[in-house]
Design a protein around this ligand. Structure first.
Ligand SMILES: Cc1ncc(COP(=O)(O)O)c(C=O)c1O
Length: 408
């Protein structure tokens, strides 16, 4: 067996199951889950219809490269969304089976774990991850033979990572850096200054930047969509060298089950990624390729979807702000709430809320690693506002009541 498998950590939801084991929630409360970040709004009719009308696609093996019309649809969407003068559908865009798979596979493509053969044990290549973070980055790094290095996000700086604190010997070994913008779990969006710093570091040290942007279309001000990595490159008058972005229809179009996303950016990386994927064998089904074309070409359902999140966040955030330290995120569908003032740790908070009110939230410490003397997720819980408005409001009402009982 591959010994690297033993280095993988249990997934946050496994830890949550262990935390809740043996707890019987108090009677009289229907379960409400703010735990898993799975969109719950209905899949738009136009996508369902496109799936049904594409079923003849089941009779063919899908091309790994994706169909030309899909690559064109994605390139057109990205050009319009990020104001790009050019994004070549033939060489700079690759459809994938959801961004999770691609985030993982990208590390297997990029990492050269033999680059320090004699020192491999002592000094493996580094993959830089934000902390807290989406756990796939860590597993992808470990299974590629690299070592994750965590850069803590700082609540005092809108959860930006302090890259200036990374030592020179770590930069020298860094081959890949993940960013998540809008961030899971904090919702924070990288600014142009953050990007300027990252591009300069990548130019100096030669690492690849993988920008996870799967929440980019969940935001609250129609006039200010989150800045994307390719967009930042365009604004800063540079090309896409050593930069790829990953996006997805899962959250944008409420189709997490369709497993449809894309990677775009540096053509040289995508060429090697395509080669890797030929063997990886994770091509997106032709049925879903066709349905994805319909989804990327339509913005009406995306605006309607955003409107639902806006109304939920507008109602729920002020309710929770009365009892927890929480504020409107830049984007995405999570509230990242500091529970310290309740006197409970994040795991105690989650366990007691579940026991007393049958509401599930995810302890922040499960989404982060201890690094540099602290676990930056500790004291926080992640609240995924994915259910319908009424359920979210009822869940928030119960959290408020729960916090009030703690204080009395
Ligand atoms: C930060 C982040 N990236 C990527 C993904 C994967 O999304 P998908 O594979 O559905 O595109 C998720 C899913 O929850 C996520 O939270």
């Amino acid at each position: 067996m591959n010994p690297l498998l033993q280095t993988l950590q249990p997934y946050p939801f496994e830890k949550l199951r262990a935390l809740f084991k043996g707890i019987e929630p108090r009677a009289g409360f229907t379960p409400i889950s703010f735990g898993i970040g799975e969109p719950k709004h209905p899949t738009p009719e136009l996508i369902r219809d496109a799936v049904v009308n594409s079923l003849d696609g089941l009779a063919a093996y899908p091309p790994t490269l994706g169909s030309e019309p899909l690559r064109e649809a994605i390139a057109a969407w990205a050009r319009a969304r990020y104001g790009l003068e050019s994004l070549d559908a033939a060489t700079e865009v690759l459809p994938v089976s959801g961004s999770r798979e691609a985030l993982f596979a990208l590390a297997q493509t990029v990492i050269d774990s033999r680059s320090t053969p004699e020192l491999r044990e002592a000094e493996p290549p580094i993959v830089l991850c934000p902390n807290p973070f989406y756990q796939i980055y860590e597993g992808a790094a470990l299974l590629a033979g690299a070592q994750p290095y965590f850069v803590n996000s700082d609540p005092a700086r809108n959860f930006a990572c302090d890259y200036s604190a990374v030592p020179a010997d770590i930069w020298a070994r860094t081959q890949l850096l993940y960013v998540c913008s809008p961030g899971n779990p904090t919702g924070a969006v990288l600014t142009l200054d953050n990007w300027r710093e990252l591009f300069a570091l990548s130019d100096e040290h030669g690492f690849v930047i993988a920008s996870d942007e799967c929440y980019s279309e969940i935001y609250f001000d129609e006039a200010h969509p989150p800045l994307g990595g390719l967009e930042a490159a365009r604004v800063l008058n540079r090309g896409f060298e050593r930069l790829v972005m990953l996006s997805s229809l899962s959250k944008r179009s409420n189709v997490p089950g369709m497993r449809s996303g894309f990677v775009a950016g540096d053509a040289a990386i995508l060429k090697q990624f395509l080669l890797y994927r030929t063997y990886h064998g994770a091509a997106l089904s032709t049925v879903f390729q066709r349905a994805s074309i319909a989804a990327w070409r339509d913005e009406t359902h995306v605006r309607d979807n955003r409107a639902k999140y806006v109304s939920k966040f507008n109602t729920v955030t002020p309710m929770l702000a009365e009892v927890l330290d929480v504020r409107f995120p830049d984007a995405a569908f999570y509230l990242w709430a500091n529970v310290s003032r309740t006197g409970l740790t994040d795991t105690q908070f989650a366990a007691r809320l579940y026991a007393d009110y049958n509401v599930t939230v995810l302890p922040g410490s499960y989404l982060a690693r201890p690094a540099h003397g602290t676990n930056p997720g500790e004291g926080f819980v992640r609240i995924a506002l994915v259910a319908g408005v009424e359920e979210c409001v009822e869940g928030a009402r119960r959290i408020v009541e729960f916090c009030r009982t703690l204080k009395s």
